[in-house]
Design a protein around this ligand. Structure first.
Ligand SMILES: NC(=O)c1ccc[n+]([C@@H]2O[C@H](COP(=O)([O-])OP(=O)(O)OC[C@H]3O[C@@H](n4cnc5c(N)ncnc54)[C@H](O)[C@@H]3O)[C@@H](O)[C@H]2O)c1
Length: 446
């Protein structure tokens, strides 16, 4: 793992430059050096992250940016209530975040804006010499992913994709089990994003305190694109199990989209004739199934399913030569996981995962059980931000980095390319330029 030294070539003189090795480490409880953060995009998700960040010790929120004035004000008030100081506000126009990035009193920024802004804003933040944590979503193009990686290599400003699902308690226990060889050699995995978002997509509503009214990012992307537009919640934890970018890599994929009916039917059933969102023609197929082949021979089936009625599920499955783990229905609960270990479980019978969860609890969860369990998304928000802040404080790289972000987010444009050419196989770029062969895992180390 990699330690960042203070060097002067970045404009504001903050952390930059790769030097000696040192893993992203757990925050030292008695480490009270302040970490100064700025937030860009404070709708539903940004507000949740802001609240979580302020629960971490010695984190000061210095600046916030949102083009929607009510959201900006809400965020400023929240910081005043919690920290007693009003952060500087930015948001007069869509590029106001560039003014925030010019500040020399920020160690890092957290980005939770609409999908298409993540990578451009991350690149600008890296160029400004800040540590960056950016929310999940699809890349707009493969070129954009290359630009992300190239900018990281030029600036060495660490960039963390906030893929909180990597930190789910059950996912980290399974990763622990994979690393201890419980499943033997991993052969096949599945994962996905199954979440009924029909109302949100059609009406264009964000999750926050009424961010921009109708027509937000989910709507736009579903209207004009047809691919796996939310690949990282599914793929993040599975990529960790498969050592993607670190001893393994995605080699090629094929994607197939079903017909598109879910959003139109929901609109007809729920909106009055004449409603301006009722007759949109949606490009996005209801179910997109992507099969990825890895260089080391494993396969992954990834499903994107947000336009039909259904309860939530992330469809995780890890299968190897010695057994398998599978989620059975509700992904929010580890109680719904089942496991089968050859020669250990009763012959050809599923066992509940819970006892294994206790036995193979990941050390990070053991350390932060109490704090995590009382924070958002089953504790994952706390754990990811804790690691981000810890990386800043300890001047290390982040445990999910620019190469992970590029590979996971690139699935979106690559799946679109496959679908638009009759499910043809699309080669996966090697964003590490061969370094994947010698890179070692960095996630979930303590
Ligand atoms: N990891 C998770 O579990 C999780 C959960 C929900 C959302 N998300 C992701 O978080 C992101 C935000 O989602 P959301 O639900 O909060 O959306 P939202 O619409 O509620 O919030 C987005 C905010 O960005 C602001 N914004 C737009 N353009 C801007 C600009 N140029 N400069 C500054 N601010 C700008 C908007 O005004 C709005 O307040 C999305 O990428 C989404 O995929 C992740």
């Amino acid at each position: 793992m990699i330690k960042i030294e203070r060097r002067s070539f970045i404009r504001n003189g903050l952390a930059a430059g790769i030097a000696l090795s040192a893993a992203p480490t757990i925050i030292h409880a008695n480490d009270d050096r302040p970490v100064r953060l700025g937030f860009i995009g404070i709708g539903g998700r940004g507000t949740g992250l802001l609240k979580t960040a302020m629960r971490l010790p010695h984190v000061a929120i210095k600046a916030v940016c949102d083009t929607h004035k009510p959201n900006l004000k809400t965020a400023q008030n929240l910081v005043v209530e919690t920290q007693g100081q009003k952060p500087e506000g930015y948001g007069d126009h869509e590029f106001s975040y560039l003014d925030l990035l010019k500040r020399d009193d920020l160690d890092g920024v957290v980005i939770a804006t609409p999908w298409e802004l993540h990578i451009p804003m991350t690149i600008a933040a890296m160029k400004a010499g800040k540590y960056v944590a950016t929310e999940v979503g699809p890349a707009s193009s493969v070129d954009e992913c290359w630009e992300l990686v190239n900018t990281y290599e030029e600036t060495r400003a660490p960039c963390m994709l906030l893929e909180n699902y990597c930190y789910f308690r059950y996912n980290m226990a399974v990763l622990n089990m994979v690393r201890q060889g419980l499943f033997g050699e991993v052969i096949h995995c599945s994962c996905g994003y199954g979440h009924d978002l029909r109302a949100r997509i059609v009406l264009g509503k964000g999750t926050g305190p009424k961010p921009k009214g109708e027509g937000d990012y989910r709507s736009r992307h579903n209207q004009f694109r047809n691919g796996d537009l939310y690949p990282t919640h599914g793929m993040g934890p599975i990529a960790q199990c498969l050592n993607i970018q670190r001893g393994n890599r995605f080699q090629h994929l094929t994607s197939t989209a079903s017909k598109s009916r879910g959003l139109s039917k929901w609109s007809k059933d729920n909106l009055e004739p004449g409603h301006k969102r009722r007759d949109i023609s949606w490009a996005q197929g209801d179910i997109v199934t992507t099969t990825l082949k890895c260089f080391n021979g494993e396969t992954v089936v990834l499903t994107f399913d947000t336009r039909l009625p259904r309860p939530m599920s992330f469809m995780y499955q890890v299968q190897g030569t010695a057994g398998m783990w599978m989620q059975d229905g509700d992904s929010s609960s580890r109680n719904k996981s089942v496991i089968y270990l050859d020669g250990k479980s009763p012959h050809h019978q599923w066992e509940p995962f819970n006892p294994y969860q206790e036995k193979f609890e990941h050390p990070i969860w053991k350390s932060y059980l109490h704090e995590a369990e009382t924070s958002g998304h089953g504790g994952t928000d706390f754990l990811e931000l804790r690691e981000f802040v810890s990386s800043i404080r300890n001047k290390t790289t982040t445990s999910i980095d620019a190469y992970d972000a590029a590979a996971w987010m690139a699935i979106a444009p690559l799946s679109e390319a496959s679908i638009s050419t009759g499910s043809s196989p699309i080669a996966f770029p090697d964003f590490t330029d061969g370094a994947w062969m010698t890179n070692k895992p960095i996630f979930g180390l303590v």
